[in-house]
Every structure is written in structure tokens, then in C-alpha cells.
Design a protein around this ligand. Sequence first.
Ligand code: FES
Ligand SMILES: [Fe+2]
Length: 421
Amino acid sequence: MLSAERNAFMTKVGPGQPMGGLFRHFWLPLTLSEQLAEPDGDPVRLRLLGEDLVAFRDSNGQIGVVGAFCPHRRAPLYFGRNEECGLRCVYHGWKFDTAGQCVDMPSEPPESDFKERIRVTAYPVREFGETVWIYLGPGEPPELPQMEWATVPPSHRRVAMWLVECNWLQVLEGNVDTAHVSFLHSASDGIPGVREEGLEDRAPQLQVIDNDIGFAYGGRRKRRVDDQFYWRVTQFLLPMYTLIPGPSWPRACVGVVPIDDGHTIRFQVAYNPEAPIERAPPFTARAMGEFRLPDGASIDFWLPTEHRGNTYGLDRQVQRTRNYSGIQGIETQDRAMTEGMGPTCDRSQEHLGTSDLAVIAARRVLERRARELQQGTPPRASRLADRFGVRPLDVVAPDANLGDVLARHAAEVRMAATHSG
Ligand code: FES
Ligand SMILES: [Fe+2]
């Protein structure tokens, strides 16, 4: 349970908020490269950590991400002309390059040097793993986190993003909650991506081991056939990634990127370092479109076709006969649960049990890092780019302790020495 005050501390990410400050110290996936496929293509409206942004790919193929409003008289740059290496505001023709510098000011006399002193806010941007990354933080950006999925060839990876209409933390909590897969995601023919034992023991015993970039948590399930355990070990990487275990490749990385306090990007990757994977089907049915935010601004993003408005396609007959939820698709099942909690889950009303250990661990590490940052210590994890190459683990092992399982499979999980805490 969290008091209303702590819940606000944990969930709010806008400018000036401590948790938003923590996120700003990390590179964040903003969109997919495919949304900005063409040089001089259409600009797109995005929002991240409560900041309205316009992204465009210039004539040279360089992506610029700038504040949404023109520094002249605050006209929306979304309407701008993307031409000749810059985005030109259509109100009075001021033009900005990808670094935010005003490079043309046709409404002022030619001899004026006013444009030299005018900039629009612009953020460092990189493309890595078919993904557009942005750094909203102070100072020089760190190296990009070297997550394995981003380093494999495009044929070995499938990336997707879509809108989730609630606060980021409840989405994240669903990704560090192995217990729910035995229920929400189960069907009469098993659980996708989970061994049979996932249905045999539906009350896994959880263990958490902290490390420098987040934590590893294991769900230990009893097996009927022998004395060994079925371990599913998820990696949590700061500030919001999870690497989800599965008995075989491809495996998943899920990111949860806050758009604002009430909207989130679900970033989903399937990857196989050893072989190419199917690029279809999509994780969830979705279509690119305009989404009107409650405050009147719009974003251009992938919108799921199953949503609150059509009860996520819930079919009670399917629920009675074929799967646990009556909803199709793991990601849609997740969204029905997390969006249904309301824009921000009221954690003063919750009752956590033993299966919620990793939820508590995620809150603890995020709260600790955000409070340290308030006191002037930035998160070390954002500067440990090489450590992000870890893998999740899905094994049957005799070990009762997570530390022993990780030690036995050290090469497979590719973790540096861990410490408990
Ligand atoms: S408001 Fe953009 S050029 Fe005037
Ligand atoms: Fe789930």
C-alpha cells in the first residue's frame, strides 16, 4: 500500500517531478524509426514525460526532435514545412534545424542577426535497433544502453509500440508480476511462452536479487514430476525495462515509456540472437492515428484496435470455454487490467501479497534512485551501458535459491557479479 503522497511521488513524471527527473537521466525510446521513414516526410506530434514535441527527419536523413511550439509567437511547429534541412514554421516562416537553431528568419530584415540568438528546444536523438531514442536529461548524454535486442540484425528482431491509456507505473508493475501469467494469460491449451509447470503451481515463490542496473527476480514453481524447480527469471533494467523469460527464443523485452501521467508507450520487442524471426504477426492489432489527449493536444501514434471502448473484445463464451479472460492476445489482456485500474492506480486501496514481491522491489529501487537524485546523486545505472546486455532465464534446476540458479547459469544470463540488497 502507498499513501496518496507516495503514490504521487512514484507516478508523476512531468517537468520538476522527482520521478520524471530520474527518467530524464536515461535514454528513452521515443518512437520507431518507421514513423519517420522518409527524409523531408511529415512531421509527427509526440509527448514524452509531459513535454510536447515535434519530430521530423530532415533532407539528410537526420532526425530532429524539438519543442512543439515556435519560439516566435508559439505557433504549433507540427504544421511546419519540412524542407531543405529544417522545419519551417508556417506562421511567419522561421526555420529551425535538427539542433534547434533558427537558420532562417524571412520576416526580419536581411541584415538582422536576430536569428542567431533564437533556438527552439531540441534534444539529443539517436537511432539504434530501429528505434528513435531521446535524451531529455541534463549534461552530456550517456552511451546508449546496449540491450541485446538492439544489437542483433533487423531480421532477428521485431519491434512495436502502441498507446496505453493509463499511468506508466501500473503497466510496469504488470511486467514484474510473474504470478498473473498463470491466470490472466492462461488458456485451456496452456500459457503461451510458459512451460506446463506454470499451470501446475500457480503460487510461485518469488526471490529478488538487486544489481547495479536494476534487479533480477525469479519465480520458483514446484514440479509434479521430480524434486526440481521451474524457475522463470525476469531481468528488470532501470528505469522501466523487463526482459521476459521463455523456454526458447525468441524472447521479449518490454519497455514502459511515460507519455505523461495518464498515458504510456508500451514498447515491445521480440528477438532471437541466434536466428531470424517472423516479422509478423503484430503483437497487438493497432493502427497509426491521431490521439486527442484530454488537455486538447494531439499525438500521432499506434492505437490499439481493441480498447476500453469495445471492452477489449471480451467474449464471455470464450471465457467460459477456452481461455481464462475471454480476451484475445496477451498484450490486450494486460491492457484491459492496467487501463481498467483508472488513469493512475489508487495504491492506498491495494493489498499486496507474497506474489507481489517484485512489484515491491521495482517500487523500492525506483523510489530510492529518485530520492537520491533529489539529494544530488544521479543514477549510476544510466552510465553502465554495457551492463544492459543481460538475458532472462527459463530453466528447470535443483536450486532452491535464486542466487544459486544465477550462479549455475551465469554464462547464459550474461550478468556481472550481483550483490544482494
Ligand atoms: S510563430 Fe512561428 S514564425 Fe511566427
Ligand atoms: Fe501480462
